[in-house]
Design a protein around this ligand. Structure first.
Ligand SMILES: Cc1ncc(COP(=O)(O)OP(=O)(O)O)c(N)n1
Ligand code: TZP
Ligand code: MG
Length: 460
């Protein structure tokens, strides 16, 4: 069974200020939320879910009793349990509850800000309270804090991971300590981004077959990059109120790792009876982007085929992209185009298709990646990563080029070229949001396509 083949179900006991955003972020991250507060149904619900989040934001005794109950059941059933001790530095009431919870065991992930971390470590309330949304003071180093907090509570909680969020995120677990930078200052200008991050972390931790620590690092990185992209969009538009919406969209874009590119067919029969059914099977298993790619077909044929694929993509909520041909994309009203170095420019395509069109670009080098980002590409197809049976002249790039693109560019990155489940190791996936594939899917027997897609997806 492939764990990632199902969308993880997450039970949230979370504050009512940000509950809707938390549920939406869980969906955007590829999960299914259940927001039950009713103690009487916990015994039935919690055994069936994949993860549980306890966020104490709107604390009261009744809620704490319910949280204790949910915590006991989650622990008994070995569920991934995330505790967010919101504002535990503000009152003895909150702090005592959180410390007791951590001592009760069964917590997999503790996610807090630096003020909360200090209160938990020292078991003391801050003399000066700075608000529940407060973030790390810029420039403050928290390597020691995260390590000490982990040391204090890992004795009660098996395989505990501690995360201190802020301008820099600090992570500690039995594997060591890390720090991650990125994100945007706008995250602090709306309430709830911390609670939304809980959704992303737990959904990724439950869905991925990656080592849990790696999956969490990737989730934090996803939030940072998504926040940066959302912030760019808002600065242009000068509309802070839309930032949250854009953030959800950016995370959703990065949570659909399968990009399918059609294989050119020799005749109409092959298109109808091989390409279409295979595409349908793949889309049923969850594909973020579908690209129509042909090199040698007449206009009428391209029109006919692309319209059929587009109808299928609409049925499954998949974004439909045309390779190379902006005129065709415009004619059928596709969602966007993919352009390489030899194709029409990104700016011209955008002028033709309008501001809402998705314009993807190929990057084989860091210079091409920078140029595409500057010209307003929405994502990058990066490769070829391996030698490709579909595009034999595409030279494989080395891993350092991929790393460099990842380090300098915040756009979603899709690896392309000769992708197979075996070649797609964490060495590659840690730098990618997804992969674009032709032969691995279209050369597969129909009955194996679902399994193949799931095998690929669980690497993310
Ligand atoms: C997602 C994605 N990435 C890269 C490519 C390659 O585009 P290009 O370099 O223009 O080569 P052709 O596909 O046109 O031969 C792509 N199509 N899709
Ligand atoms: C279009 C393209 N660009 C670089 S490799 C490639 C083809 C990818 O096909 P496959 O997944 O069969 O290697
Ligand atoms: Mg092209």
């Amino acid at each position: 069974m492939y764990l990632a083949s199902k969308k993880p179900i997450i039970h949230f006991l979370t504050n009512y200020v940000t509950m809707q955003d938390v549920a939406n972020m869980c969906i955007a991250s590829g999960g299914r939320p259940i927001m039950s507060d009713a103690s009487m149904e916990f015994e039935e619900i919690i055994p069936k879910v994949d993860g549980v989040v306890i966020n104490i934001g709107t604390a009261d005794q009744l809620r704490f009793d319910k949280m204790d109950h949910a915590h006991r059941i989650a622990k008994a059933h070995n569920k991934i349990l995330l505790l967010d001790p919101v504002g535990c530095n503000a009152s003895r009431f909150r702090l005592d509850y959180c410390i007791q919870s951590l001592k009760n065991g069964g917590i997999s992930i503790l996610k807090c800000n630096a003020h909360e971390a200090k209160a938990l470590l020292n078991e003391e309330i801050s003399p000066t309270f700075v608000g529940v949304d407060s973030q790390t003071v810029m420039g403050e180093q928290h390597h020691e804090l995260v390590r000490n907090l982990w040391k204090k509570f890992e004795v009660y909680n098996l395989e505990l991971i501690v995360i201190i969020t802020g301008a820099t995120d600090y992570i500690a677990s039995s594997k060591g300590a890390w720090e991650l930078t990125g994100g945007s200052v706008l995250q602090q200008r709306i309430t709830g981004t911390g609670c939304m991050l809980n959704s992303l972390i737990i959904t990724r931790a439950c869905a991925s077959s990656m080592d849990r620590h790696e999956a969490i690092l990737k989730a934090l990185d996803c939030m940072n990059r998504s926040s940066q992209m959302a912030a760019k969009w808002i600065v242009h538009q000068q509309r802070l109120g839309l930032y949250k919406q854009q953030l959800l969209d950016e995370v959703a874009k990065r949570s659909a790792p399968i990009y399918l590119i059609t294989q050119e067919t020799v005749d109409e029969q092959t298109f109808l009876y091989s390409c279409m059914p295979k595409t349908k099977l793949a889309l049923q298993s969850g594909v973020g982007y579908l690209q129509y790619r042909v090199k040698d077909k007449a206009w009428e044929e391209k029109l006919r085929e692309s319209r059929q694929l587009q109808a299928l993509a609409r049925e499954y909520g998949t974004t439909f992209i045309i390779n190379d041909d902006v005129r065709l994309a415009k004619e059928i009203g596709a969602d966007g185009v993919h352009l390489g170095i030899q194709d029409i420019s990104i700016r011209e395509a955008r002028l033709e298709l309008g501001p809402n069109a998705v314009v993807g670009a190929t990057a084989k080098t860091i210079q091409q990646a920078r140029c595409a980002a500057k010209n307003g590409a929405d994502y990058l197809g990066v490769g070829a990563l391996f030698s490709s049976p579909t595009k034999k002249d595409a030279l494989p790039m080395d891993l350092t080029t991929l790393q460099s693109i990842y380090n300098h560019i915040s756009l979603p990155l899709y690896g392309i070229g000769g992708i197979t489940p075996n070649l797609l190791t964490q060495e590659y996936t840690k730098y990618l949001d997804g992969v674009a594939m032709v032969s691995t899917i279209y050369q597969e027997k129909n009955e194996n396509i679902t399994k193949k897609i799931h095998q690929i997806r669980e690497n993310f």
